[in-house]
Design a protein around this ligand. Structure first.
Ligand code: AMP
Length: 548
């Protein structure tokens, strides 16, 4: 017998309608590429979204068509989020930090018909225009006065919107209809497309707003640092419309000072970003004598994408903000685990609370996790053993766009994340490595992430990376590469001495190198393939004690 409840589909258009109606005056503040800051609200934004939806239809964009964006976090990019998906088309948010060849590959692979871009990327677009085989229209996200001269046949976004009506009748779509397409920036091979649906997006948004999720609510002013081109900005635009949060969009300026000023001026209570942006944020604080941090109102800061260093968690505590460490990936919409404290953690001394926070968070309802050994046998979730991490749930991908990579799921429908993790009885996850980065020393695994975390705890270390290098006796041994903080020059012995008090003896790196910077991917992750290439010929000293 079926239930008798109404079978209303979960659609992205319902989010913007709700925000416009019940959170109409809540502000959307956006820095722009042209310079000025634009202040609008959910009501006025929804009118522009309706205009854009009508403009897309006038252009002949049909349900299922792909529309690309190459853009920063601005109000116009948020408008694309709702208008494109709202009419049943699919927004392909392309990461402009990728190499031009990858942008070329993605735009063609997705068969985008229209490309919306920020004027800061006009050079990139002009250079690739002859290669984009499917793009019929180019729209610069600006007004006629700022149109870039170098892109052929370009239209101004504001001209496109101007003649259109500011209301729209949204189609009632099947909730499983595709809504957005993000390509994962793999470190090898071509990027692969993850195709989200209206249903997966709404379910993910509900989770973001729960108390054990990100606790996003109408009380929040959100500094959206994580880019709209990186996994739907971790789902925040949708969730913010769902709960009526204020959105503060930094535009192209993501340096520490710009973010600090925005957070203070807009009284932001909640923010999200990868560790590197927060390093910049604290560098700004440290290098500005007499800076007044009392204007900051940050309560919660989500850190993810890479492991949240302990120092960032502690520094935010010093500012009265709680770091919610989260883990996920493009394939999981992205949020799968969220690092809130349990009631029994609340009375712990600060250091022990931070011990909980450095874990990658706790599984949220809707996501199932398992870890398995080399033979795919499930391993216990008691926090002691690490294994390959698999994930399953209604906002987890079932495969890549156009079948790239074939069937990724195991026989029970689990998706292999490529991460290696421990899971404890409470569902907290500790990521120990990417499976391809694990250092296999004498048959035992050494976690490169644990070693990196231990190294960045040293006061002179800005950033650290650990890779495995070949070793005649142990197959592989850890090699530590360090970027010292400006004005410091730590020695190899000092670093190894520091680490020897924090990790098992046989985990100690066999050698240390000092560099001025480390290579990162377009989404701010350490690019270990590059490091392995760079240090391919490095010979480790032979007389290390290693496993003794
Ligand atoms: P992406 O699809 O670009 O978001 O990358 C997802 C990958 O980033 C994951 O599979 C992890 O390897 C890594 N990652 C995400 N969050 C964290 C985290 N909190 N700690 C460590 N690695 C993370």
């Amino acid at each position: 017998m079926l239930g008798l409840m109404q079978d209303r589909p979960l659609l992205i258009s319902t989010l913007i309608d709700h925000a416009a109606r019940y959170h109409s005056d809540v502000e959307i503040v956006s820095r722009t590429c042209e310079g000025p800051t634009v202040r609008t609200n959910w009501r006025d934004l929804s009118k522009r979204i309706a205009k854009l939806a009508n403009a897309l239809k006038s252009m002949g964009v049909k349900p299922g068509d792909r529309v690309a964006s190459l853009a920063w976090n601005t109000h116009r990019h948020v408008e694309l989020y709702f208008a494109v998906s709202g009419i049943g088309a699919i927004l392909n948010t392309v990461n402009p930090r990728l190499f031009p060849e990858q942008v070329d590959y993605i735009v063609n692979h997705a068969e985008n018909r229209v490309l919306f871009f920020d004027i800061t990327f006009s050079g990139l677009v002009a250079g690739l225009q002859s290669k984009f085989r499917t793009v019929e229209r180019y729209v610069a996200l600006t007004d006629a006065g700022h149109l870039p001269p170098d892109v052929d046949g370009v239209l101004a976004y504001e001209d496109l919107l101007a003649p259109e009506p500011d209301t729209v009748e949204w189609p009632v779509l099947d909730e499983r209809t595709a809504s957005a397409l993000c390509y994962t920036s793999g470190t090898t091979g071509n990027p692969k497309g993850v195709l989200y649906s209206h249903r997966s997006t709404l379910l993910h948004s509900f989770m973001v707003c729960t108390a054990d999720g990100f606790r996003l609510s109408s009380a929040d002013s959100v500094l959206l640092v994580v880019p709209l081109f990186h996994v739907n900005a971790w789902g925040i635009p949708y969730a913010a419309a769902m709960c009526g949060a204020k959105l503060v969009l930094p535009g192209p300026k993501l340096d520490g000072k710009s973010l600090f000023d925005l957070a203070a001026e807009e009284r932001c209570t909640f923010s999200l970003g990868v560790p590197t942006v927060w390093l910049g944020f604290f560098q700004h604080i440290d290098s500005t004598p007499g800076i007044d941090t009392s204007a900051l109102r940050l309560e919660r800061v989500v850190v993810g994408g890479s492991a949240a260093p302990r120092a960032i968690i502690e520094r935010f505590r010093g500012l009265g903000a709680f770091v919610i460490h989260a883990w996920g990936m493009s394939e999981t919409s992205p949020v799968a685990t969220v690092g809130n404290l349990l009631p029994r953690h609340r009375d712990l001394p600060e250091k022990e609370q931070v011990d909980v926070q450095v874990r990658q968070g706790r599984v949220v309802y809707g996501v199932e996790l398992k870890i398995v050994d080399e033979n795919r046998n499930p391993l216990p979730q008691d926090g002691t053993v690490a294994g390959d991490l698999y994930v399953r749930g209604p906002w987890v991908t079932s495969g890549y766009f156009k079948g790239v990579g074939g069937n990724m799921l195991d026989e029970d429908g689990w998706f292999p994340t490529g991460d290696v993790a421990k899971i404890d009885a409470d569902g907290y996850v500790v990521l120990t490595d990417r499976s391809k980065d694990v250092i296999k020393s004498g048959g035992e695994w050494i976690s490169s992430i644990d070693l990196e975390n231990a190294a960045v705890a040293h006061s002179d270390v800005q950033e650290a990376a650990v890779i495995g290098l070949p070793h005649s006796k142990w197959q592989e041994r850890p090699f530590l590469i360090i970027v010292p903080k400006p004005g410091t020059a730590p020695s190899r012995e000092e670093i190894l001495g520091f680490l020897s008090e924090r990790v098992a003896k046989w985990w100690l790196p066999d050698d240390v190198a000092f560099v001025s910077e480390l290579p990162h991917t377009a989404t701010g992750k350490l690019q270990k393939t590059k490091l392995r290439e760079q240090f391919r010929d490095h010979i480790l000293p032979v007389n290390q004690t290693s496993h003794s």
